[in-house]
Design a protein around this ligand. Structure first.
Ligand SMILES: C[S@@+](CC[C@H](N)C(=O)[O-])C[C@H]1O[C@@H](n2cnc3c(N)ncnc32)[C@H](O)[C@@H]1O
Length: 202
C-alpha cells in the first residue's frame, strides 16, 4: 500500500484507540466508532477480488473505512458514494481524504441515510459492494432498501454483528432474516466486530 495512505490509516487507528479508551475529550456523538483494521483489510480484498467500480457506504464517520475502500477502488478508477449526517465528522473526513489523496474517488452525501437512500434508489444506480455501518436499529430497513440496487454477484457487508454485545440478539435476527431469502448466501464472520458477508446469487 502506498505510504501516504497507510500513514493516514495509522494516524486514524491511533486516534480511534484514544477515543475508545477515553483518553481524549470528545463529544460522544463525534466519536469515530470505526471498523477494525482487519475489517478494512477484508473490504479492501473483496473490492479487489470483484474489480469493483461502484461502492455505497452507509455511515462514513471520519472516513477510516472509506479510505480502506478507496485504496482498492481507485485501482479500477471506481467511485464510493458515502452517507453521513454529522457535519463535524464530514469536515474531519474531508481533511482525511485530502491527506490520503483519495478524495477524487469519494462522493459524500450529507444527511439522513434513509432519505438519501430513497433518492439514490430513484436514480437506479447499482453497487458492487455496500457497507452498512450506521444506526444499528435501522440495519434491516437499509438492507431492504439497498438490495434491489445490488446486482447478482454483488456483496453486502454489515458491521457489528457480534460486538458491541448489546446489538447481538437483534443482529442475529437480521442474519436469520437474510438466510430466509433464496436469492442470497450469507455468513456471520468473526472478523472485527462481526461482519455479515452477504452475496446475491440470483
Ligand atoms: C459506526 S459509525 C461509522 C464508522 C465508519 N464506517 C468507519 O468505519 O470509519 C456510524 C456513523 O453513522 C452515522 N449515522 C448514524 N445514523 C445515521 C443516519 N440515520 N443517517 C446518516 N448517518 C448516520 C453516525 O453519525 C456515525 O458517524
Amino acid at each position: 500500500m502506498n505510504k501516504i495512505i497507510s500513514n493516514v490509516l495509522n494516524e486514524l487507528e491511533i486516534q480511534s484507540n484514544l477515543e475508545k479508551n477515553r483518553m481524549v475529550d470528545i463529544n460522544p456523538e463525534d466519536r469515530m466508532l470505526a471498523i477494525t483494521k482487519e475489517t478494512g483489510e477484508l473490504l479492501n480484498m473483496i473490492l479487489r477480488l470483484k474489480n469493483a467500480k461502484n461502492m455505497l457506504e452507509i455511515g462514513m464517520s471520519v472516513g477510516y473505512s472509506t479510505i480502506w475502500c478507496a485504496e482498492a477502488i481507485l485501482e479500477n478508477s471506481g467511485k464510493i458514494t458515502t452517507i453521513e449526517r454529522n457535519r463535524n465528522k464530514i469536515e474531519r473526513a474531508r481533511k482525511n481524504f485530502q491527506k490520503a489523496n483519495v478524495g477524487k474517488a469519494i462522493d459524500i452525501k450529507e444527511g439522513n441515510a434513509m432519505e438519501i437512500l430513497k433518492n439514490i434508489r430513484n436514480k437506479k444506480e447499482n453497487f458492487d459492494l455496500v457497507l452498512i455501518d450506521a444506526d444499528k436499529e435501522n440495519t434491516k430497513k437499509y438492507f431492504d432498501l439497498i438490495l434491489p440496487m445490488v446486482p447478482v454477484g454483488g456483496v453486502i457487508i454489515t458491521d457489528n454483528m457480534l460486538y458491541p454485545e448489546k446489538y447481538r440478539e437483534d443482529m442475529k435476527k437480521f442474519s436469520d432474516y437474510i438466510k430466509k431469502n433464496d436469492s442470497l448466501r450469507t455468513i456471520t464472520s468473526p472478523i472485527g466486530f462481526g461482519e455479515e458477508i452477504t452475496i446475491k446469487i440470483r
